[in-house]
Design a protein around this ligand. Sequence first.
Ligand code: ADP
Ligand code: ZN
Length: 671
Amino acid sequence: MIVDVAIPVRVSNSFHYTIDDESGKSLSRGSVVAVPFGSRTAYGFVLGFPENSDVDNSKLKSVKEVLVSEPLFDESMYLFLKWVSDYYCHPLGEVIATAIPKPLWAPKKSPRQKGKSQSGTLSHSSSTLTQHDLNQTQKQAVDSILNSDETKPFLLHGVTGSGKTEVYMHVLSSVIEEGKTGIILVPEIALTPQLTQRFSARFPNLIAVLHSDLTPKERNQQWELITKGVAKIVIGARSAIFAPLKNLGVIVVDEEHETSFKQEDSLRYNARDLAVVRAKLHKAKVILGSATPSVETYQNALSGKYNHLKLPERVNRRPMPQTYFIDLKDKNQWFSPENRWLSRGLVSAIENTLNQGQQVMLYLNRLGFAHFLFCGDCGHTWRCKNCDVSLTYYQNPPLLKCHYCGVQKKVPHTCENCSGVHLETMGLGTEQVEKSLKSIFPKARISRMDRGVIKGKKDLEKILDQINQRQVDIVIGTQMVTKGHDFPGIALVGILLADASLNLPDFRANERTFQIITQVAGRAGRAEVPGEVYIQTIHPEHPVLLSASRYQQDEFYRSELAARKVFQFPPFHRAVMLRFQHSQPAKVESFAYQVVRILQKESEKNFPHCQILGPAEAPISKMKKMYRWQCLIKSDSVKELQTLLKLLFDWEKQQKSPVQMAADVDPVNLL
Ligand code: ADP
Ligand code: ZN
């Protein structure tokens, strides 16, 4: 008997092995076997039982051992995994290995007997959270979702604080009543403990939670609850899209615009896009929720591919916060010569807010004390030896750190280049903001919320609690504060440098800026006290900042879509970034050029709708000791793009080049 086996290695095809009929009978698609692979033994997933092989049967090696006979995935999951493998040009064996927790297919000792302890495995919550009656627009949204028979995805486009979560929960209730199940995808589960609590309180003993902080054993336990049908709802970060729920009724993607739904290594999938695909395969409903939808999703709603549901107002008609611009070019606004990044306007707004007993949130997406350290005599800067980036300067404790590979160095007292002693810093980080504010507002209780101080779930829960209990007057934070937090006491939000994200070398720079400004502003004025937002910028007339501050969303999307069309970017063209890396720069460069020559020849002949751009050195040309090059392929024909990629990877397999080549389909990060 012949078995077709997918092995988790960087080779795209599966392999044939023989097995005796008796053992073969115990197998089905989704079983796990141990097979000889080169000089080692590998794990393999059974895909099927072909009648014959194009390799001479006597030359086929045989299966060494049956490890798990009960299949790890069912037919519909198989179709899904196969789709993922084809679309992302990634070997099926690696896709399966990514989707299913390792201890299940690479068991250490007694494979499926472990992990059955009963200790509080289902997520439950003791807190009683109020259930709200839906308002009119929420009710309409729930009705449209529940009453539609077609499987078109829904964009739930609701301003910050409009009660989207309440809509998800009502839909889920009715799905559960019908005996079906649901998946809730959230950007980063550790950042959104409030959301998990609300679901656990509403659906006690029905929820499994999947996230990256789980130990392998805990992950196994959650997985078992799902496969056994005990858990009906799975809440998790991107990998939860692979949760083996049966009878799937709905998939919710909360904050669908967030980039963390995209995995940036190995299998580079986007869980938001996969939610739409999996829902279609299972005939389940899919809801993409956001106050600031991605441009791709917005276009799908405009074109009628998705249903566009709007929640244009905050619950209880609370007003959106008032916004004010402060021009940082205006010297009269500078708080002091040392603090040019802080305006008198913002300082007095903070003062007023504190006097009224309300809380302030300040946003700056820059960790550390300063961007970098330099020598005032010779201009030398300190850079990472593994990565092509400058080291970030931290003051407390004093360190130079690389944000890409984590390398840390002591802060020097003299220049390593000229022995000069006049070392200075440039650029603003959250540490410095904290220090300055402490001296300006000595009586205020000031906390920072960024990856420098928040190392794990406990730290985060603690600070969220402190803010809720009003034990903090001013919170200074990075991206972390923009997530869907619901703090009733925040009356003032200050955006310190709104321009920081506008000038990144990325075609999504405008979109990101629009989303960040809208989301941060959305943290203000969520309870009785109306909110205020101060935006400090050197471009107070910038159209993106204006449309974000005036809540003119249609205007932003219209102009952004027009620009994307002209420059042939997504959503009008599909993009694939080919990424090359190797420890020797000359090797990467010459291989990248070789690939581009082949692509150009092919596209001229057979793929007129594909455009090849590059190759070019990656903007971060060296990371973790690897030199990086890239090449962008754009096309308005998905079919041509997929065929061209297939050809390319078949060719690459023959080359046996030491340079790593990976396809990043629908890339999010271009650096
Ligand atoms: P979003 O996810 O859109 O930002 P949430 O679902 O978090 O909004 O709702 C914002 C706040 O309003 C929450 O505190 C929630 O409990 C409350 N809320 C939601 N719906 C209602 C309603 N119909 N009536 C009263 N309060 C509501
Ligand atoms: Zn580094």
